[in-house]
Ligand binder design. Sequence first.
Ligand code: ADE
Length: 254
Amino acid sequence: MHFHIMTLFPEMVLDGLHTSIIGRAVEKGCISVEAVNIRDYTRDKHKKVDDYTYGGGAGMLMQAQPVYDCWKALEEKIAVRKEDSQGNKKTRVVYVTPQGEVFTQRKAAELSREEDLIFLCGHYEGIDERVLEEIVTDYISIGDYVLTGGELPAMVMVDAISRLVPGVLSNGESAQTESHADGLLEYPQYSRPEVWHDKKVPDVLLSGHHANIEKWRLEQSLERTRERRPEMYEAYITAHPPKPPKNRRRQERN
Ligand code: ADE
């Protein structure tokens, strides 16, 4: 997976993404992260990339030309690399914006199957609509609040997507059982010591009885989701209605 981030602050993105698990994944070659400075593509002699909005209103808008030229250069570079393997399939361009659909684990999984992804980070009051119409394929927000720019949301999404790319997580860091993987929050977990602040680890976890442990974990996941995320719990129960007891199922068949 190759991430390409179009931004006015490339060092912010690279500093943030070249540490810890994502940094190791880059070193291992499972993913690559490049940040391209949109300002490098302005044709303005003062290196300006923004201007006032038509119709008035507060703040400045990023102009179409530098954004378009930056995307064009990236797209051409990606096309050259892909020529042998992928033909000329267009690379998805994600504009990170509070006006987009809200990012979820499902979206992360969908995007993790792409070979290349371009993220476009806006600043100031946003970006001229005309260039967005021409290049953007996905409008995605990380939540219903407004940040000062698109870099942090892009980093959040790159992190969430990367951990689903094969080879990025080691076996000990599995993405299978965690919260949101199956539409439920994860069950509570405990490590040594067995008793801490007079609180004992639940007996079932010490029993070695795997079926009982699985059952307990599912019950805990359901309970935790019902309490903390009722809308998520309702969606899960609708998709997985509880099975009627065995004798009732027999009666229904007769
Ligand atoms: N840019 C500013 N706020 C944002 C948000 N919540 N999600 C994505 N991009 C943003």
